[in-house]
Design a protein around this ligand. Structure first.
Ligand SMILES: Nc1ncnc2c1ncn2[C@@H]1O[C@H](COP(=O)(O)OP(=O)(O)O)[C@@H](O)[C@H]1O
Ligand SMILES: [Mg+2]
Length: 244
């Protein structure tokens, strides 16, 4: 579904992404790992069009999307969450997701049914799938950090994405929240056939969850493969796992 080929992005003289390669198959749960500063967020910003690459290609279903603006890429079916939670704090949980569903439906069809009615069903379904139904009338700003991040995933789901991209979905979470969130991500991929790409700096979070892992270091890709392959890769062990 997605192929990143020899991608480069510099900020002035600094090479933030420097030879990144990535393949995401339809229905897969794929993780990008690498220490802070490895270029994970920049890679995601390139894929979603927030940034434009200096060199390389990004293919979505064989179409080169590397020069397209974010809203066009979004309409092609890529939705994302950000490393810092991004919700409307003074709207209810329900409203946050409904706004997202409504904006998607405005783009995709012009039914004569009242849009809010359609969105109510769809919004409820999404809140159900992420486990936020009980908190749907709470103000988003009053949620715990963990629930805010989950709400962000729900907002991204409102775009009905083909590919969901999550930037450190468990950043700042307690171990319990992290486990819940990773289980949710696995469930979304398994039950809804959603293709999910996420990044993480914590190895532990990734093994046992992702089907394919791409390891980044200093902007470049060291290796991509299944967890076993990556775990036994000597370059990865030297560069990243240290003396584990
Ligand atoms: N807009 C920017 N301008 C200058 N340097 C940046 C910018 N964005 C990121 N960088 C630098 O690029 C490197 C990679 O950053 P980032 O992609 O955020 O890494 P990661 O998400 O893996 O922690 C870092 O050294 C960061 O300081
Ligand atoms: Mg980052």
């Amino acid at each position: 579904m997605l192929r990143v080929e020899d991608l480069h992005k510099s900020f002035d003289d600094f090479k933030a992404v420097n030879g990144a390669h990535l393949t995401v198959e339809s229905g897969q749960l794929v993780a990008v790992i690498g220490p802070n500063g490895a270029g994970k967020t920049t890679l995601f910003n390139l894929i979603t069009g927030q940034l434009q690459p200096g060199r390389g290609r990004i293919l979505l279903n064989d179409e080169d999307i590397s020069k397209l603006p974010p809203h066009v890429i979004c309409r092609k079916g890529i939705a994302r969450s950000f490393q810092i939670a991004n919700v409307f704090p003074r709207l209810s949980v329900f409203r946050n997701v409904q706004v997202s569903v409504l904006s998607q439906q405005k783009l995709s069809n012009k039914l004569f049914r009242p849009a809010s009615q359609i969105a109510v069903e769809e919004t409820g379904r999404i809140l159900e799938s992420v486990g936020l139904v009980d908190k749907k009338m709470d103000l988003a700003g009053s949620l715990s950090h963990g629930d805010k991040r989950i709400l962000e995933i729900a907002i991204a789901l409102g775009n009905e994405p083909e590919l969901l991209i999550l930037d450190e979905p468990t950043a700042g979470m307690s171990p319990d929240e992290t486990a819940t969130t990773m289980a949710l991500i696995q469930r979304l991929a398994a039950d809804q056939g959603l293709t999910i790409l996420f990044c993480e700096h914590d190895m532990e979070v990734v093994f046992g969850t992702a089907q394919s892992i791409m390891v980044m270091q200093q902007g470049g890709t060291i290796v991509q493969g299944d967890p076993q392959t990556v775990r036994h890769n000597t370059e990865v062990q030297e560069a990243y796992l240290g003396d584990e």
